[in-house]
Design a protein around this ligand. Structure first.
Ligand code: MN3
Length: 197
């Protein structure tokens, strides 16, 4: 099942327009889920596994569905996290802010690196804040719908379908706008494991 959006399509205006949210959620996100389900239908023995566990163990999956699970399972998972880590209402997490300041010295330095990596990502992909294996916080670029190692704290979709209707080629404006609607409380819950997708 597609996880319900916790806000209306128009709730993220003016940062992300209603039409983009509607198409991105009800068509793009849904298509990843539908294609994932088609791949899993032929392998009922793994159909009940959490999608992240499938993505972490791609090599152990039947070889005929590894690519489909990587692309569509990744697309399904990444968008679930993306939607849930945005909000129309200002949100703060002192815990996460402390972790960020401890890793980057300041929230400004963290923001500058995150925005730089999101702006310079080549092609379609995602930029993530993760706790890497080993425990350090890192900002990671991933291509396509790939999922990085470590704990996923927040992520921005850098595929053109995430912003093109409103921003066309002005990717930097989309990234700057997205910064206003990050749900830091949910990001922290992503880190603690309270949120599962
Ligand atoms: Mn997308």
């Amino acid at each position: 099942m597609l996880p319900a959006l916790k806000y209306d399509y128009a709730a993220l205006e003016p940062y992300i327009d209603a039409k983009t949210v509607e198409i991105h959620y009800s068509l793009h996100h849904k298509a990843y889920l539908d294609k994932l389900n088609v791949a899993l239908e032929s392998h009922p023995e793994i159909i009940d596994q959490p999608v992240l566990s499938l993505l972490r163990n791609l090599q152990s999956l039947p070889s005929d569905i590894q690519t489909a699970v990587k692309n569509n399972g990744g697309g399904y998972y990444n968008h679930s996290l993306y939607w849930n880590t945005m909000t129309a209402n200002a949100s703060k997490s002192e815990e996460l802010e402390k972790m960020i300041i401890s890793a980057w010295s300041s929230t400004e330095a963290f923001k500058a690196e995150f925005i730089d990596k999101a702006t310079t990502l080549f092609g379609s992909g995602w930029v993530w804040l993760v706790e890497a294996p080993g425990g350090s916080l890192k900002i990671i670029q991933t291509p396509n719908q790939d999922v990085p190692d470590g704990k996923h704290i927040m992520a921005i979709d850098i595929w053109e379908h995430a912003y093109y209707l409103k921003y066309q080629n002005r990717r930097a404006d989309y990234i700057a706008a997205w910064w206003n609607i990050i749900d830091w409380k949910e990001a922290y819950k992503n880190f603690t494991g309270e949120n599962q997708y």
